[in-house]
Design a protein around this ligand. Structure first.
Ligand code: S3P
Length: 435
């Protein structure tokens, strides 16, 4: 489906964004392997989280779901039953990698598969530590990608100390979840701290999890208990409106109830460093996570350097940060972000391809990109309207919808429906704010 976006003269209003995707996935998974009822309020009805829900339904978990309210009837650590068909993970890397940690500890065989994108995403990063723990996991095609086949570990799982070569919450969470089924404690050390929702939430469910710097440790065989969780708005979804508020003329947006967990909130410090008038209001803690309301107005932006430890805290926001950089004065350099190459698309390539189509001078590098801001010499706007190839990547579609708001002429998003992965109501919300 094509979507047309035109330049806007103003962007005003109050909004809430859908529930946090990472927390929604984990709520379903942890609820399924806990005893009793888990209740999620603010669940993200995106295709990725529905994939997680359906995988657990296929393993005998009763889940009721109405709007953003989900009830999971957990069956405890050992209550899952063998699925009768291949578990369909759709487009979701989080589902694939986290569920593999749980499946590695089961007494039944399972197979995971998903769409074309998921079948090219690297799974060796979870297969290596899981095999070290004694798991039996293989890539059916022998290319270290899905479909994955998981059988019961012949001698059970063993606790390990794993040094992860990548800062990835999906890898960390996979190993910690397998650690629930191990014979001893399991720890994971990352080069840089990634999002810590698994550690925070599993503790809430009753697991013994400790964190020290970039190391997280878990003890096996806890008695996990169902929880009631209020899921805050996803900062990765709020990011589109943070950037829209900063780059559009006559913008004044109030985004309520956003998760600002420091392991996720790098976009806030980057936007502020670039000169965005962005305020954080009503800071509070909800279900163990930092939450606040955000106020953003039209801003004069300047380029910046984004590198090092902040990268994992804004990895999913880089496409829309690149759009912000294109509208700023001067150069923005993004480094240490090679992980962009293994997301739903190679996001160095897909961001650069589409920025170039909009007339921006920019180049991809081995581990990031360089964007020469406000480089369009021909128009009064920083960008030209163009045809955007989303390549079915939800974050590319939304980042370039925002770019279209301050482009000269019309922007056409191809396969625009891919926003359903993480933000089904994105276009309606955008339209309301531009009225
Ligand atoms: C996620 C972790 C990140 C992120 C993804 C969600 C999670 O991936 O990009 O969208 O929920 O754990 P990596 O852990 O692979 O960096």
């Amino acid at each position: 489906m094509e979507k047309k976006i035109t330049n806007t003269k103003q962007l005003k209003g109050e909004l809430t964004v859908p529930g946090d995707k990472s927390i929604s996935h984990r709520g379903v998974m942890f609820g399924a392997i806990s005893s009793g009822i888990t209740e999620l309020n603010g669940f993200l009805n995106g295709a990725d989280c529905i994939s997680t829900m359906n995988c657990f339904r296929s393993m005998g978990i009763d889940i009721s779901h109405e709007n953003d309210h989900v009830i999971i009837h957990g069956k405890g650590l050992f209550g899952l039953t063998a699925p009768t068909r291949v578990l369909d993970v759709g487009n979701s890397g989080t589902t694939t990698r986290l569920i593999s940690g749980i499946l590695a500890g089961q007494k039944f065989q399972s197979e995971l598969n998903g769409d074309e994108s998921i079948q090219s995403r690297p799974m060796k990063r979870i297969m290596t530590p899981l095999k070290e723990m004694g798991a039996s996991i293989s890539s059916k095609k022998g290319n270290d990608c899905a479909p994955l086949f998981i059988s019961p570990a012949t001698n059970g799982l063993h606790g390990i100390s794993y040094e992860s070569p990548v800062a990835s919450a999906q890898v960390k969470s996979c190993v910690l979840l397998a650690g629930l089924y191990a014979d001893d404690k399991t720890s994971v050390t990352e080069p840089v701290l990634s999002r810590n929702h698994t550690e925070l939430m599993l503790k809430g469910f009753g697991a013994t999890v400790t964190s020290k710097g970039c190391e997280a440790t878990i003890l096996p065989n806890p008695n996990l208990q169902g929880q009631k969780i209020d899921i805050p708005g996803d900062i990765s979804s709020a990011a589109y409106f943070i950037v829209a508020g900063a780059i559009c003329k006559n913008a004044d947006l109030f985004i309520k109830n956003v998760n600002t967990n420091p392991t996720r909130a790098g976009i806030i410090s980057v936007a502020q460093a670039m000169g965005a008038s962005l305020e954080l209001l009503n800071k509070r803690i909800v279900s163990g996570e930092e939450v606040c309301d955000l106020h953003i107005t039209s801003s004069e932006l300047k380029g910046t350097i984004i590198e090092g430890d902040i990268i994992p805290t804004l990895i999913d926001e880089i496409p829309v940060i690149a759009v912000m950089a294109a509208c700023a004065q001067g150069d923005t350099i993004i480094k240490d972000a090679a992980e962009l190459k293994v997301k739903e698309t190679n996001r160095i390539d897909t961001v650069i391809e589409n920025l170039k189509a909009m007339g921006v001078s920019c180049e991809g590098t081995d581990d990031g990109m360089i964007i020469h801001g406000n480089s369009n010499e021909f128009g009064s706007e920083p960008l030209y309207g163009a045809t955007i190839h989303t390549h079915l990547d939800h974050r590319i579609a939304m980042a370039f919808a925002i770019a279209g708001l301050c482009a000269q002429g019309e922007t056409t998003l191809l396969q625009s429906e891919c926003v359903n992965i993480s933000y089904p109501s994105f276009y309606e919300t955008l339209e309301k704010l531009t009225l």
